[in-house]
Design a protein around this ligand. Structure first.
Ligand SMILES: Nc1ncnc2c1ncn2[C@@H]1O[C@H](COP(=O)(O)OP(=O)(O)OP(=O)(O)O)[C@@H](O)[C@H]1O
Ligand SMILES: [Mg+2]
Length: 258
């Protein structure tokens, strides 16, 4: 069953055609890769699907809901969470607080409940702290719980971002270049982590990545964008051998160290 269906998604920035007639049916439980050269439109697709931009044209259906005009927090509430190519963490909050604050979009106790610390508020706060504690353990972040993200290495900040997204207990997790800036050891850990997360939480994962070892190892299917258009899709093996993909993006396919 498709958890996400995108039809004819098109987006212009002024005269620039960033995404053109993009179609996708993402199956529940699938790990899908989205690859392509710099400026191909990958992040724009994520921004359109997660409500940060509204497309010039097209439809998006997520878990049976038409979401094309929804705002990011409304999409999040339906069970979609994402990370950002440029890490977005609260640097004035600790790692633990970052994991807590991300969950507030799902709270339902309202402003009066907050002021008077109603029972609903207290229960929700307990639940939030418990989830954040779990994420600290799952992502091996406990040691850094009271640190500020900006003082931590880049690879760790990326892991915290994944934690922030996971804390929202999403059905669909979208990762925009999670391996960017990671050293080879961190990349190995990331490959293990994403596979483990998918199995443990039975999530659907959609991943943008330039790091071919990550893409080829964990994605079941890959979609390739070039100048805003899908030029190929298939299994890692099919993509690796696709002449159009090699020409537009992969170059010498033998150099992929997967
Ligand atoms: N907010 C914006 N305003 C104007 N143009 C934009 C905006 N965001 C992206 N673009 C342009 O749209 C095109 C697609 O950009 P996008 O960031 O989606 O590419 P990408 O595939 O994610 O690239 P990269 O691999 O470098 O992250 C590029 O030409 C980019 O310059
Ligand atoms: Mg991008």
């Amino acid at each position: 069953m498709a958890i996400l269906e995108v039809r004819n998604l098109t987006h212009f920035f002024g005269g620039l055609r960033a995404v053109f007639k993009f179609d996708l049916a993402l199956q529940e439980g699938e790990v899908l890769g989205l690859i392509g050269p710099n400026g191909a439109g990958k992040t724009t697709v994520f921004n359109l699907v997660s409500g940060f931009y509204h497309p010039t044209e097209g439809d998006i259906c997520f878990r049976g809901n038409e979401i094309v005009r929804l705002r990011p927090h409304e999409v999040t509430a339906l069970g979609m969470a994402r990370t950002f190519q440029n890490i977005r963490l609260w640097n004035t909050l600790t790692v633990f607080e970052n994991l807590c604050i991300s969950q507030h979009s799902k709270l339902g106790y309202g402003i009066l409940g907050t002021i008077f610390r109603s029972r609903g508020f207290r229960t929700s706060e307990r639940c939030i702290r418990k989830t954040a504690e779990e994420i600290l353990d799952i992502l091996s972040l406990r040691h850094y719980a009271n640190e500020y993200p900006k003082n931590l290495p880049y690879g760790l900040q990326r892991r915290i971002e994944i934690g922030r997204a996971l804390a929202m207990r999403p059905h669909l997790l979208m990762l925009d270049e999670p391996a960017a800036g990671m050293n080879p050891g961190e990349v190995d850990q990331l490959i293990e982590l994403i596979t483990w997360i998918r199995d443990k939480f039975q999530l659907t994962i959609w991943l943008i990545e330039h790091h071919m070892r990550v893409v080829m190892n964990i994605c079941e299917r890959i979609v390739v964008l070039d100048f805003g258009e899908t030029i190929a899709q298939g299994t890692p093996e099919e993509i690796r051998q696709d002449p159009r993909v090699i020409q537009a993006y992969l170059g010498d396919a033998d150099s992929i160290d997967a």
